[in-house]
Write a protein of this length. Structure first.
Ligand code: MIC
Ligand code: SF4
Length: 657
């Protein structure tokens, strides 16, 4: 039986385990990516592990999320990150150079390589045949030090693309269609491998829109085979020599198959406030729109802004609507400016932002109260835009531009009919992606060789080894699909404390219950209770680290999102799975006691735990963990475990376990 592309790349990088679905495997990592809001912890942990030099082929530190530097704390973070990249040997991308995924795609993404990144949209280069996975910062630090990355071998799903996209339908609509069909939980434990005749019809930027937003399905990653389109893209980026022809065998054996007929895809939107709340635009046409934004790592490329610019050229946006373009990279900005498109957009009434994540996490361009914002981003979780009760729709650039022109949601095909002279814009790749590289500092151009830490940059707190007896209050009971944006929001007022865990912890779960952090600190330990898919969204390890700092001992949930579950292990919090009826019966405030000797049971491989509630009734909770994860948990987390091993061995220990 032939191999899938995923199996081929994993086999090439396998250092432990077997490629059997559900088995834990260790893989070697070629490239590492970090960004400014997760990167500070990555480097602080790299330092705490006594690692002194990057071991991967490429490590790149981007400054992209908070580039407006409203507060010296943000600027100090960037200064620290430049010093860490210089000291340890990573590439450094200056603030304003662009979003990590866009700049990485332009400069480093390469077919057949593996990559780990401390950002959940790390899978983006899957569009060029790279197997790229998002992870918590500590896993990234270890990989950067040369240690393997461990993961449960996911199911590999064949997404067979047939036909060709009709005019006005885009790659964004393809991934929205996947979300409509599968939901934000539909990809958990899966890798989506795109195949079939439809692949040829999509350019690399379109493929990366799809792989980028595979994250919203909960997928481990998504990947495309390579072909002439990949070769052409790499050549235009001046990296022809990095092309490798890779794909699945003809008779590859997949765990599952989904067929998507591209010719049936129509313009779609995700309604507030979940990326899987997808409907055809026509179903919500007429909804008045106050703000339109084009940008983000999903649709902030030159190839995304160009169609909108073509639609807006010679026209003006509606008077009641504001429109902002925030390019994904300075390369995109520069090419658009040189080709004159920036001027056309400005003339149409559009404001231009620097290349940044910004508004995607509520930093800048926060929507007005009771207003509607249409964005080409990937997430519209409630409150993420910076205002509670927001109303954010996710769409393609074409749908966004149409909304700006009409001042309301409209299917661009209907707007074209109405206007009579607006053709489907499409886009062409530039002859050469010839933006300047001035903002990318290679390790041999480093300007620092020592760490520079501002006053807001603290140490990473360590937890003690797991106790035998765990008991405490169910401090908070939450519903399904709680995101890391609920646990540790990323808006500016909070984001500036990402390098200061004690301060950041004060905001833990404030979006669900603003008394939580105080109650957690006052109580001596305690538990979180949640429904399905707890911790979906971001890779931010702060969402595990801050509850740990507040004394939380574990989470009882119906199911967990992949990266967050790994982060819970990494910081010594026990993730226990409970069933629906037990979830329904636990009340906030109940006393939760794990009857077993927890430390002993975790280490001995015990899977079922007896939990006593209010000394009154019992339930069985499950711990689904590998031997390695159990060792980490018992030690109080990965950092204490690795440090202790390091001390025992009396030498450098980049390895994981
Ligand atoms: C996001 O899109 O939520 C972020 C902000 O990029 C996060 C990273 C972070 O929390 O810093 C992610 O996706 O991992
Ligand atoms: Fe940045 Fe938004 Fe992409 Fe996260 S999803 S990396 S915040 S643009």
């Amino acid at each position: 039986m032939g191999q899938t592309l995923t199996e081929k790349i994993l086999e090439d990088h396998l250092v432990e385990g077997e490629l059997e679905t559900g088995e834990e495997i260790g893989i070697e990592i070629d490239q590492v990516l970090t960004q400014d809001t997760t990167g500070t912890l990555v480097w602080l942990q790299f330092e705490a592990l006594d690692l002194d030099e990057v071991q991967t082929e490429i490590a790149a530190q981007y400054c992209d999320h908070q580039t407006y530097q409203f507060d010296f704390k943000n600027t100090d973070d960037h200064r620290f990150l430049r010093s860490a990249a210089g000291t340890f040997g990573a590439h450094f991308s200056r603030p304003g150079n662009g979003i990590c995924h866009n700049v990485h795609k332009e400069n480093f993404a390469a077919p057949g390589k593996t990559m780990l990144g401390s950002d959940s949209h790390t899978p983006t280069p899957g569009g060029l045949g790279e197997l790229a996975i998002g992870a918590g910062g500590l896993d990234v630090a270890v990989a950067m030090g040369g240690g393997p990355y461990y993961i449960e071998m996911p199911e590999v799903v064949n997404v067979r693309l047939e036909g060709e996209l009709p005019e006005w339908s885009t790659a964004k609509d393809v991934i929205l269609e996947m979300l409509r069909r599968l939901s934000v939980k539909g990809g958990v434990g899966k890798i989506f491998e795109y195949t079939g005749p439809g692949v040829d019809t999509l350019s690399v930027p379109e493929r990366t829109t799809i792989t980028n937003m595979g994250t919203e399905l909960g997928a481990t990653t998504s990947i495309f085979p390579t072909d002439e389109k990949t070769e052409e893209y790499l050549a235009k980026q001046g990296r022809s020599e990095e092309f490798v022809d890779i794909g699945p065998d003809e008779d590859a054996d997949y765990d599952d198959e989904i067929v998507v007929d591209l010719s049936e895809i129509e313009p779609l939107v995700a309604k507030p406030s979940m990326p899987d709340n997808v409907v055809p635009v026509r179903e919500v046409a007429g909804e008045s729109v106050d703000q339109v934004m084009i940008g983000s790592c999903t649709n902030g490329g030159y190839e995304d802004i160009l169609p909108a610019a073509k639609m807006l050229k010679g026209r003006e946006i509606d008077k009641k609507t504001e429109m902002i373009v925030a390019p994904g990279s300075k390369q995109a900005s520069e090419i658009l400016a040189r080709e004159g498109w920036t001027a056309e957009l400005m003339a149409a009434g559009v404001n231009f932002s620097e290349a940044t994540c910004g508004a995607c996490i509520g930093i800048g361009h926060v929507p007005a109260s009771d207003s509607v914002s249409v964005r080409t981003f990937n997430r519209n979780f409630e409150g993420r835009s910076g205002i509670e009760d927001d109303s954010v729709f996710l769409s393609s650039p074409e749908v966004a531009a149409a909304a700006a022109l009409k001042g309301e949601l409209v299917d661009p095909r209907d707007l074209a009919d109405e206007l009579g002279d607006m053709d489907a814009p499409g886009f062409e790749l530039p002859d050469q992606y010839d933006g300047s590289k001035a903002d990318l500092i290679a390790p041999d151009e480093a300007v620092d060789d020592d760490l520079v830490k501002g006053p807001n940059i603290g140490d990473v707190p360590l937890k003690d080894p797991l106790d035998a007896h765990l008991e405490g209050e169910a401090l908070l009971k939450m519903e399904d699909n709680i995101t890391t944006d609920h646990i540790i929001p990323a808006t500016q007022d909070i984001l500036m404390y990402r390098s200061n865990v004690p301060k950041l912890s004060e905001f833990t779960l404030s979006r669900v219950d603003d008394t939580f952090a105080e109650r957690a600190l006052e109580s001596d330990g305690g538990f979180l209770v949640a429904g399905e898919n707890y911790g979906q969204g971001s890779s931010r390890e702060h969402a595990a680290l801050c509850p740990m700092y507040l004394g939380i001992q574990g989470v009882l949930a119906q199911s967990f999102a992949r990266i967050h579950k790994a982060n819970l292990f990494n910081f010594g919090l026990i993730p226990l799975t409970i069933d629906e009826s037990d979830y329904a019966n636990i009340e906030q405030g109940d006393d939760i006691e794990i009857v077993d000797d927890v430390a002993e049971a975790v280490q001995s491989g015990q899977e079922e735990f007896t939990v006593r509630v209010n000394d009154d009734w019992e339930l069985t909770a499950e711990l689904d963990a590998s031997e390695r994860e159990r060792r980490i948990l018992a030690a109080g987390g990965k950092l204490p475990l690795t440090k202790r091993q390091h001390e025992d061995e009396g030498g450098a220990a980049p390895a994981d376990d």
